[in-house]
Ligand binder design. Structure first.
Ligand code: PLP
Length: 389
């Protein structure tokens, strides 16, 4: 049996996989088992923010593997403390809970919001407003939070306590405020939903309504966070400071981690015994995360993300087949005039370029440290695919 046959005979078929077996990666290029190279415009869905096997990142992770790979969360490790302090300093949040994924970070935020309200107001104020077309994860509770009906199938009964409001419609949100709401949860740029940024005015009004009504504002920055939009947190573009922000994906550069960050208002809500995770904040992940934060915080790094994002968009908009681009920084959606995004992604892969899709758009989440040379190579392939008959 070849690799694909072996895999498919042993693993559940939950993904529509491309027929490529990757063998190794270096910088922003992966190589398959036949030696064919692929430029990466997807970062493994926003994870490999420093590209493949960045030297400093690999050194830190490998050193940690040989030093201490795991302890239970009943003990302390220095690497975890260093990472937590760095993340708090960078983001301005006062406390963190570490998990292993985006969905887990959001589960933590949901539990935190409900307990915040329960501690202060008692039972009944447990509902969370999430936005139509949002995506918050694949666990049962985060699927329930996700504002897309297509995800609300098969797995009944879904978790109670989520009310959807239309994005960018403040009156719709106001009409849902009925005294039972403990939090509003949103993505500043809906990623899976089609790379759609919220309006700044809308976000500011939501933040103000939350503040006035002691409703927690939760930002799901699992996809937008850690420099992806040209700021460490996308909230910085919108001039708001949510009470809770969740991170994952790029946070440790390719090893699993998730983080739920809380501000002073709610940072002591999750008290001893109310939440936990065996692997959360694993030392290997924290070692990778320390390198990611140092690099993303280094002089000029985020300005480069913004500049490269603009460069990619400007180039894309010269292509006939491109109807327009969306998103922020290096989180880019491409609307097409005639072609299907999934066909474009398949053809690009065939020609040595890894792309993503989101709804009907092609989606780009290139490694944050991609070079102009690599961008040009990738764009050339994409142009040829889009211009082909
Ligand atoms: N939230 C957002 C905004 C996401 O984009 C994703 C994943 O795409 C998730 C949550 C879920 O993250 P994970 O797959 O790490 O559980």
């Amino acid at each position: 049996m070849n690799t694909i046959e072996k895999f498919d005979s042993s693993v559940m078929h939950t993904y529509g996989r491309f027929g490529v077996v990757f063998d190794k990666g270096e910088k922003r290029t992966a190589t398959d088992e036949n030696g064919k190279e692929y430029i990466d415009f997807g970062s493994g869905i926003g994870v490999n923010c420093l590209g493949f096997c960045d030297n400093d990142w690999a050194d830190a992770v490998c050193t940690q593997v040989r030093t201490i790979q795991h302890t239970s969360n009943y003990y302390y490790t220095k690497v975890q403390a260093d990472f937590a302090e760095k993340l708090c300093k960078t983001t301005g949040y006062s406390k963190i809970f570490f998990g292993n994924s985006g969905a887990e970070s959001n589960e933590c935020a949901i539990k935190l919001a409900r307990k915040y309200s329960f501690d202060k107001y008692g039972k009944g104020r447990h509902n969370i407003i999430t936005l139509v077309n949002s995506f918050h994860g694949r666990t049962l509770c985060t699927l329930s939070a996700t504002g897309q009906d297509s995800f609300h199938n098969y797995f009944f009964p879904f978790a109670e306590g989520f009310i959807n409001a239309k994005a960018n419609d403040i009156d719709d949100l106001k009409s849902k405020l009925n005294g039972t709401i403990c939090a509003v949860m949103l993505e500043f740029v809906q990623g899976e939903g089609g790379v759609i940024a919220l309006d700044k005015d809308y976000v500011k009004q939501v933040a103000e309504i939350c503040r006035e009504n002691d409703i927690l504002l939760i930002a799901d920055e699992v996809q937008t966070g850690v420099g992806r939009t040209g700021k460490f947190l996308a909230s910085e573009h919108f001039g708001v400071k949510p009470n809770v922000t969740t991170l994952a994906k790029g946070l440790a550069g390719g090893v699993p981690i998730g983080a739920c960050l809380a501000d002073e208002k709610c940072d002591d809500v999750l008290s001893k015994g109310t939440h936990g995770s065996t692997f959360g904040g694993n030392p290997i992940a924290c070692a990778g995360g320390n390198v990611v934060i140092d690099k993303v915080n280094s002089d000029g790094f985020l300005e480069e993300v913004t500049a490269k994002g603009k460069y990619i968009r400007d180039n894309l908009e010269t292509i006939d087949e491109v109807a327009g681009t969306s998103g922020l920084g290096m989180m880019i959606g491409i609307s097409l005039k005639t072609k299907k995004a999934s066909d474009v992604a398949a053809a690009a892969l065939e020609n040595g370029l890894m792309l993503l899709t989101a709804k009907e758009k092609v989606r780009l989440l290139p490694p944050l440290n991609i070079t102009y040379d690599e961008i040009d190579k990738g764009l050339e392939i994409l142009k040829n695919v889009l211009n082909s008959k």
